[in-house]
Design a protein around this ligand. Structure first.
Ligand code: F6P
Length: 537
């Protein structure tokens, strides 16, 4: 595999020249020039997801130059290495296996034993889900389990949180709670609503050392023991505590019964882990069959990414278009705007997926990077965003590419008028961002009311937000982000930048616990903040 600095390629130079040409035309002209533009710049994926990328400031030459860039960076070797299980997570000396967790029938991995591990974990997820949902697994006092509490943060929360909210209409009767922050407000709010004897706590932590998760888990365990008024023993704990982790010994030391520990393979990155044992709360919430459909959808998009020629490969094309904006138009951010209330956590989920993967500044050769890597991912649901930040999208000074996401069918057939209005807004916003006011008269009459247009967007239109299609969509973004990292010559599967903060937090925590009056060993700001806090002790 080649570690090419993309700015040193011929294609990069061609794109810089091409940019000057594209700055002279706008979306209005691009659509005028080609009456089939929508057909030429959209992909209908099995009539399950329509990807309309026609409202981008591109033409066929742009796409060709971008494809040439991908080819010059040797992208195909990285895609093969991912799916064949080579160690592309170089700085952690690991392969990357999230695609294998849902491609457990493709047998692309060279090491076939991994499929045994994956299928073992899937079976455990299935057994636990069925036993809880069918009330075969009871609490220590023989009460039904009514509450599932996922204790985890980052990738140990965001995937299950986003998926179970997006698939709310598929949820069963189990109450699902997510405990992630170290701020005890979240813990207090949850324990107000649950009875310990009816609750199952899933401690999700790949390392089983994350401060927030272990602190929350210990507090919950203490609360549980205090509330049940019965002498605690492993048998009681085994009915209410499960661990999902790569650190089996730490989970056993915590008091988790060995049979209640679901392994999390070290080759599964946290932000890519919802398909693995981290997805237990998803399977409990929507049932194992729907969880399997989620994986099947992701598998389908993986196969598209792995086998489809580049010019019809939607994750690759969209990755290239993102690079076109961030590295040539110098855009700083990308907005994710789901026109679906249940997809409210999708922008938050993509923040970790994209910015923890590609928020890097050292390239694969160890050199400081002098070009843009990850965009800032942000966003909120529509139509609400229209009443908060859309003003800036329409008339601000920044160029902000947007992904608009919606579904043809909503989760129920009632309130059809509502859905028609939601979709009308979804379409209208991409139109007005692209073309602005068609009427030049407004420009003369009142320039403050004039929208200049030429703001790019992708319209991602699902047939329905169901498990299979959501799996397609998430896999699309995972593979798009992976492709961006390949071309940007970065390692997308480590996250060393978040380790330092964790270490310093523990050192400062010790300062709080010391009985020294004043701290003066840091910079004046850190000293000042610590001493201000301690002054109220
Ligand atoms: O944010 C850093 C990180 O390591 C994420 O990559 C991960 O998803 C999260 O913390 C939680 O880590 P763990 O699953 O080990 O508790």
């Amino acid at each position: 595999m080649k570690n090419i600095n993309p700015t040193k390629t011929i294609s990069w130079k061609n794109l810089q020249n091409h940019l000057q040409e594209m700055k002279k035309i706008n979306l209005y002209h691009l659509f005028k020039q080609d009456k089939n533009r929508f057909t030429n710049f959209s992909i209908n994926f099995e009539n399950k997801i329509l990807f309309d990328y026609s409202k981008n400031i591109i033409n066929k030459n742009t796409i060709q130059y971008l494809i040439n860039l991908a080819k010059e960076t040797g992208y195909i070797d990285f895609i093969n290495a991912l799916f064949y299980g080579e160690k592309i997570n170089v700085t952690e000396n690991r392969s990357v296996l999230h695609t294998a967790t849902r491609n457990n029938n493709n047998y692309l991995l060279k090491n076939k034993k991994i499929y045994d591990d994956i299928n073992f974990i899937l079976q455990k997820i299935k057994n636990i889900s069925n036993n809880i949902i069918l009330n075969k697994w009871k609490g220590y006092s023989n009460k039904k389990i009514k509450n599932i509490i996922n204790i985890g943060i980052g990738g140990s929360e965001l995937g299950p949180l986003m998926v179970t909210e997006a698939l709310k209409s598929y949820k069963n009767k189990l109450n699902l709670f997510f405990l992630s922050n170290i701020d005890s407000e979240q813990l207090i709010n949850i324990i107000k609503k649950i009875k310990p004897e009816e609750s199952l706590f899933i401690i999700v932590s790949k390392t089983f050392t994350t401060q927030e998760t272990i602190t929350n888990a210990l507090s919950i365990k203490k609360w549980f023991i205090k509330k049940i008024f019965t002498k605690i023993n492993r048998n009681i704990l085994s009915k209410h505590f499960i661990a999902v982790t790569n650190n089996i010994n730490a989970a056993i030391n915590f008091g988790i019964d060995k049979k209640n520990i679901l392994p999390l393979l070290s080759e599964i990155g946290g932000r890519f882990s919802l398909w693995s044992s981290v997805g237990l709360s998803i399977s409990l919430s929507i049932g194992f069959n729907n969880f399997q459909k989620l994986l099947n959808g992701a598998n389908k998009m993986d196969n598209h990414f792995f086998y489809t020629p580049i010019n019809h490969n939607i994750p690759i094309i969209m990755a290239l278009i993102s690079i076109w904006y961030s590295n040539f138009w110098n855009t700083e951010t990308e907005a994710i705007i789901p026109y679906s209330n249940n997809m409210c956590f999708f922008p938050k989920y993509l923040q970790q997926l994209c910015m923890e993967s590609n928020g890097k500044s050292i390239d694969r050769n160890g050199n400081k990077i002098k070009y843009q890597t990850s965009p800032i991912i942000w966003g909120d649901i529509g139509t609400n965003g229209q009443h908060s930040f859309f003003q800036m999208l329409h008339q601000g000074t920044k160029l902000i590419p947007c992904d608009f996401i919606a579904s043809v069918n909503n989760s129920n057939d009632s309130f059809k008028e509502h859905h028609n209005k939601l979709i009308a807004n979804y379409i209208a916003q991409t139109k007005t961002l692209a073309f602005g006011n068609a009427n030049k008269y407004i420009l003369q009459k009142n320039i403050y009311k004039y929208c200049f247009g030429n703001h790019p967007s992708n319209s991602i239109f699902l047939k329905k937000i169901n498990p299979y299609n959501l799996g397609l969509l998430i896999s699309y973004y995972e593979n798009k982000i992976f492709m961006q990292g390949i071309i940007l010559n970065i390692f997308s599967f480590d996250q060393w930048g978040v380790e330092l903060g964790k270490k310093v937090a523990n050192i400062i925590l010790n300062d709080f616990n010391q009985n020294i009056k004043k701290v003066n060993k840091y910079d004046s700001s850190t000293n000042g903040l610590i001493n201000f806090y301690k002054s109220f002790y």
